[in-house]
Design a protein around this ligand. Structure first.
Ligand code: DMJ
Length: 626
């Protein structure tokens, strides 16, 4: 019957349809199984990268390419790379978990799922952050000598050893008092016996601790060094929010932590210094990349000093970042730090210089000089120091720094070097062509700078530079001998009959500064003329007589008054620089040998980068691994 035929053909169709459905179901099951198997194969990560490269291996780039936010991301790509650094420990942590031996099936399951997660995360991170390739052992192998010499620089002759022991005792006294009365604060107030925090380091604390780490270590004050290290590990809080000086944080905190790491190999210093370095980067976000002087480490907001004319940045501040930032890149393998300071270098190299001189104020907005005031004292000083030290720290490969240093020196010789009627050589200041016959205590570092740079000057200039170094050091020593305390004033003049003496009441103070002693130390190393050790000893005696008080060491208000008035401040650079340079002056030259180390402007030793050796060792490790 038609109805039967209809129902039969309908059921036949139903049968065909359900066959197709079952077939399709089977097919899709097969595909799912294949794909699933692909993902569970042992080398799945590599396959995933092939199949999913656009979505998983490069999650940051793809998918956001047409996104408006992408542009902003690219503009700040360098900062993003650095931010990625802070994600790294979690990867390492996971990787370690994977290395643990399996314990039973559950452990094995965890292990395999852990591996997949880790490999994927590692692949993602590979794409967006540089790999940390720094190896402490390799660095140590490439040093030409042991950092502490054969016997911690112990001098052969008994008198020098006695003097060195005295300096060590001074350091212990300064440290013990700081520890007792001001632990964790930035500086000690030795008269009122309490701590000082100040405004220079934002919310950061413990400036005296960070500044002392390497001094304690080289002086073999190891118990004290351990206390300092423990404080860094447990109490140094980098999440601060106050206004800080980029320059001061860099030379003291970054410099101090870098040195502590290079000397001891303790990873805590490396971790802290990279974290801090990252926090300094926003200061460079200006139209020219010249950083402003003040930065809030919490928000990253930066601005210029209120006292700096027309919102300018200071030569000695933005010009004194190079050594530390190059080492931040060395340690992190992240080029961003080096790029920031190379950009400053490029701008300074290119810009027109009045008579070849570098004025002290520059606009971070236009990249032009703001005032024509040139000085090797405050505001200018350490910029010149960092040029020659950049060259030396690069194992004499940084030709640009070399060229800039020696051209600057030509200009300094032609315009600033002066002879007083009494025959003293000094470095005057220059104000738009008019000389100010004044030299600041700060400018006395130049004796040492000229000394270490003499060797690489043009052949006909080498001796001239060494002589000039000696003459400047002699003048600075004179400024000490002409006072009642035998300590030098903040600034001394060569006008109106003055010869290396302060003529203004406001320039008569001494705040435990190191620069004169710093030059004695370098000149001793370069010439071995015993007068430098004698001059250093005079300074020790004067410090003991006039600056030592019951609660530590204090600056004084007037070096010409024999009844001294104390300023109640034990500066952190007294522990970092003044005492360290004195100790080195009375040590053998193999303690922190100059063929391996340069000192940053806060006297923190940073290693010379022996690139050829480092690369050779890296390649030989790589080929051994293959
Ligand atoms: C230190 O912080 C550094 O040496 C800096 O370069 C200049 N001032 C003080 C010491 O006087």
């Amino acid at each position: 019957s038609p109805s039967l035929h209809l129902s039969l053909s309908a059921s036949g169709m139903g049968l065909r349809l359900s066959q197709k459905f079952v077939f399709l179901l089977f097919l899709s099951g097969l595909v799912t199984l294949c794909l699933g198997a692909l993902f569970f194969l042992p080398d799945s990560a590599r396959l995933k990268r092939i199949f999913l490269s656009k979505t998983e291996a490069q999650p940051v780039t793809v998918g956001s390419e047409n996104d408006a936010r992408e542009q902003a991301r690219k503009a700040d790509a360098a900062a993003a790379r650095v931010r990625a650094l802070s994600r790294k420990p979690s990867v390492t942590h996971e990787a370690r978990a994977v290395d643990r031996p399996p314990q039973g099936i559950k452990a094995q399951d965890e292990r395999s799922s852990g591996r997949t997660r880790t490999e994927t995360t590692a692949a993602q991170n590979d794409a967006r952050q540089p790999r940390d390739t720094f190896e402490y052992d390799r660095f140590k192998k490439c040093l030409l000598g042991s950092p502490l010499g054969s016997d911690r620089g112990k001098p052969g002759d008994p008198q020098t050893l006695q003097r060195r022991d005295k300096v060590k005792e001074m350091m212990k006294f300064a440290w013990d008092n700081y520890k007792h009365y001001a632990w964790g604060k930035n500086e000690l107030r030795p008269l009122t016996r309490n701590g000082h925090i100040g405004t220079m380091f934002g919310g950061l604390r413990g400036a005296s601790i960070i500044d002392s780490l390497d001094t304690l270590y080289i002086m073999d004050l190891l118990e004290e060094y351990e206390e300092a290290k423990d404080w860094v590990e447990n109490n140094l809080d980098l999440n601060s929010n106050g206004e800080s000086s980029l320059f001061e944080v860099n030379i003291r905190y970054v410099g101090g932590l870098l040195s502590a790491y290079y000397l001891t190999g303790n990873e805590v210093f490396k971790k802290k210094v990279l974290e801090l370095g990252e926090k300094l980067l926003p200061a460079f976000n200006t139209p020219t990349g010249i950083p402003r002087g003040v930065i809030n480490l919490g928000s990253g907001t930066s601005w210029s000093w209120g006292w700096a004319s027309a919102g300018s940045s200071i030569l000695a501040e933005f010009g004194t970042l190079h050594l530390e930032f190059v080492h931040l890149s060395e340690l992190s393998n992240n080029p961003v730090f080096r790029e920031k300071v190379m950009n400053i270098r490029k701008l300074l190299n290119k810009i027109e210089k009045p008579h070849g001189l570098y004025p002290n104020f520059l606009s971070p907005v236009t990249g032009n000089w703001v005032q024509h005031h040139v000085s090797l004292g405050g505001l200018g000083d350490s910029f010149y120091e960092y040029l020659i030290k950049s060259y030396l720290m690069s194992d004499k490969t940084d030709e640009e720094a070399k060229k800039m240093y020696y051209s600057a020196l030509e200009a300094i010789e032609a315009n600033l070097v002066q002879q007083s009627p009494g025959g003293l050589t000094y470095l005057a200041e220059w104000r738009g062509g008019i000389l100010d016959h004044k030299m600041g205590h700060l400018a006395c570092f130049a004796g040492g700078m000229l000394g270490i740079g003499a060797e690489d000057g043009a052949p006909e200039k080498k001796q001239r530079y060494l002589d000039l170094a000696g003459e400047i050091t002699h003048t600075c020593h004179e400024s000490y001998t002409r006072s009642a305390t035998k300590l030098g004033p903040e600034a001394f003049r060569f006008d109106a009959g003055a010869e290396a003496t302060a003529t203004r009441l406001s320039e008569r103070y001494y705040i435990l500064r190191p620069e004169v002693i710093e030059s004695y130390m370098y000149m001793w190393r370069l010439t071995h003329d015993p007068k430098y050790r004698e001059w250093g000893w005079e300074a020790v005696e004067a410090l003991e007589k006039h600056c030592r008080v019951e609660g530590g060491y204090s600056g004084i208000r007037d070096v010409y008054a024999s009844a001294v008035s104390h300023d109640n401040m034990q500066q952190s650079f007294f522990l970092s620089e003044t005492l360290k340079y004195l100790y080195l002056l009375f040590s053998d030259d193999d303690l922190l040998p100059l063929q391996d180390w340069v000192f940053n402007t806060e006297a923190h030793p940073l290693p010379i980068i022996h690139r050829n050796c480092l690369q050779r060792l890296m390649h030989s490790t790589q080929s051994n691994e293959k």
